[in-house]
Design a protein around this ligand. Structure first.
Ligand SMILES: NC(=O)c1ccc[n+]([C@@H]2O[C@H](COP(=O)([O-])OP(=O)(O)OC[C@H]3O[C@@H](n4cnc5c(N)ncnc54)[C@H](O)[C@@H]3O)[C@@H](O)[C@H]2O)c1
Length: 337
């Protein structure tokens, strides 16, 4: 199955099907110089498959984890491409989770002012979120994703079979973004999520989540308004993530944020039952306090001139942007601290 997604530079196809890793030559029919970017946590079986199909000129393997979305790694990837005199016609293939696609996309966007790139996402979070939407970035010591741009891939190739090797905690972190997509944009997906995981069709789950993302992204390609709805649970989630020094996974923090936002809403019990299924029925760790968390929230891109924009849901499937103030955010957090 295929979705065509509008991007800042071009529209691009997102292919979703089990087994695509075994038919990669269908997607790379033009001979090119390929650079394969991956990380050292990606099982070698996938790396070998891509190598066998593409015969890349260079395989660049960065360290797994957020640490690789850094200036230092970005520079080392660029330099290793320059050492080989890689031309503008070369094609970068990013194989891995959101770290590899964010870093790889930013390298592709900036190397010789832009070279084509393909994303082959291998985590659920990257399949339902990071690989689509065109945001590419690295972090600095001061802020996450603070150096980046919008750069659209040529294609995204999703083979859900690669999830077989993903550990449970990472898988659950990805499910948190699926649950978020359901809450803000797809009531039928929320209904489906009430069933146990082994009754769900993962291809449909990925497609439905991406369709929600597509609707918000295409209406606001450069993230100036409506697209921020995708940040449901993220305002508080990002603050918890930062305060935990990234010990908690992104999806776990988003789950905390969603649960707090959903308190007293008619769907709260259904939501917590779904979160429980994925070990995501979590609370703000007791070691954290309201004032540190609100300090982090002040750095959120949705806070301008002391006016807070937070994403809310009253009815499942209808996320919206709400203007609020610091006291309200504190009140929501205190519900849990
Ligand atoms: N650009 C966007 O729109 C966007 C959206 C959401 C998140 N992100 C970014 O994505 C990043 C997080 O991505 P992530 O959750 O995919 O984490 P990740 O890329 O760090 O991958 C998680 C871990 O899983 C391992 N792994 C990946 N695929 C595997 C597989 N199939 N089997 C076994 N292990 C595998 C990796 O080596 C890594 O250790 C963050 O940096 C976040 O900022 C970007």
């Amino acid at each position: 199955m295929k979705l065509d997604i509008k991007g800042v530079q071009n529209s691009y196809p997102v292919f979703i099907e089990r087994g695509l890793m075994d038919t990669l030559s269908d997607f790379f029919d033009t001979p090119s110089t390929y650079i394969l970017l991956t990380d050292d946590g990606i099982p070698s079986i996938y790396v070998e498959k891509v190598k066998a199909f593409l015969n890349p000129k260079k395989v660049i393997t960065v360290k797994q984890g957020e640490v690789s979305k850094s200036m230092a790694t970005y520079e080392s990837v660029l330099l290793s491409m320059q050492r080989l005199n890689i031309q503008r016609s070369a094609h970068l293939v990013a194989l891995g989770g959101g770290v590899v696609s964010d870093l790889g996309g930013f390298v592709a966007a900036t190397y010789k002012r832009g070279i084509p790139f393909t994303i082959i996402p291998t985590t659920l979070l990257s399949m339902v979120d990071a690989s689509v939407g065109g945001k590419v970035a690295i972090n600095t010591q001061y802020a996450k994703n603070s150096v980046g741009t919008f750069y659209t891939p040529k294609q995204v190739i999703i083979d859900p079979n690669t999830l077989d090797t993903l550990d449970k905690r990472q898988m659950h972190s990805g499910m948190s973004e699926v649950i978020k997509s359901a809450l803000i944009g797809d009531a039928s997906l929320f209904e489906a999520l009430k069933k146990p995981f082994n009754h769900l069709d993962i291809v449909s789950i990925i497609r439905q989540s991406l369709e929600v993302k597509q609707a918000f992204v295409e209406g606001d390609l450069k993230d100036q308004g409506k697209r921020q709805t995708l940040n449901y649970g993220h305002t508080i989630g990002h603050a918890v993530e930062k305060e935990s020094d990234f010990a908690l996974l992104h999806g776990e923090c988003v789950a905390i944020g969603m649960k707090l936002m959903a308190k007293n809403k008619p769907f709260y019990n259904d939501l917590t039952a779904i979160l429980k299924r994925y070990d995501l029925d979590l609370s703000i760790p007791k070691t954290m306090n309201v004032s540190n968390l609100t300090d982090h929230i002040k750095e959120d891109k949705k806070v301008f001139n002391n006016v807070y924009h937070i994403i809310d849901v009253e009815k499942v499937g209808n996320g919206f942007i709400k203007v609020t103030e610091e006291e309200e955010i504190k009140r929501i957090i205190k519900g849990d601290c």
